[in-house]
Write a protein that binds this ligand. Structure first.
Ligand code: AR6
Length: 168
């Protein structure tokens, strides 16, 4: 599996699947989540509502992942995952690693060949970028994902790109 770094907006990526840094409601928010729903259109939200009404009536638990189609986005699927909120007093790294692992598992099940990730939890959820980058890269490298040829990390700004570049 090839790992690449891109500086840019994840909603513009042509990967088979892009990953959304969602919250457990699956009903939208700010950051990547806001951008995906805004650009992808109402179809994604409708599928998220259906997931809430069926398999996830209490919301999607932190560290898990679930897919919808991608509406008007160039990607084919959106894989929604819920990162942990950063805590200084409690180590939640396993939950952040779980987001990457679970998303890759869903992508492999869908038959995706290319997957684009944002830096999950490093925005509104406050995870320090250097540690978030280290966990992201280590987890993706160590996770077997049959059929997935390329994983790209799409970093929104130069600082995030530099942290991932250093970690890589
Ligand atoms: N493309 C790529 N990266 C982006 C984009 C974009 N369009 N927009 C922001 N980033 P965040 P979180 C970067 O806050 O920390 C939402 O309200 C951003 O600079 O999107 O997991 C959800 O509903 C940061 O490095 O996700 C949740 O409530 C990274 O993406 C909560 O925020 C993640 O930032 C999730 O917070």
């Amino acid at each position: 599996m090839r790992i690449t770094l891109v500086q840019g907006d994840i909603t513009e990526q042509r990967a088979d699947a892009i990953v959304n840094a969602a919250n457990s409601s699956l009903l939208g928010g700010g950051g990547v989540d806001g951008a995906i729903h805004r650009r992808g259109g109402p179809e994604i939200l409708a599928e998220c509502r259906a997931l809430r009404a069926s398999a996830y009536d209490k919301g999607l638990p932190t560290g898990q992942a679930v897919a919808t189609t991608a509406g008007r986005l160039p990607a084919r699927w959106v894989i929604h995952t819920v990162g942990p909120v950063y805590s200084r007093s409690e180590d939640r790294s396993h939950l952040l690693a779980s987001c990457y692992r679970a998303s890759l598992g869903v992508a492999a099940e869908l038959g995706a060949h290319t997957v684009a990730f944002p830096a999950i939890s490093t925005g509104i959820y406050g995870w320090p970028l250097d540690d978030g980058a280290r966990i992201a890269l280590k987890t993706v490298r160590e996770t077997p994902a049959p059929g997935i040829e390329e994983v790209s990390f799409v970093l929104f700004d130069a600082t995030a790109y530099a942290e991932f570049d250093r970690a890589l």
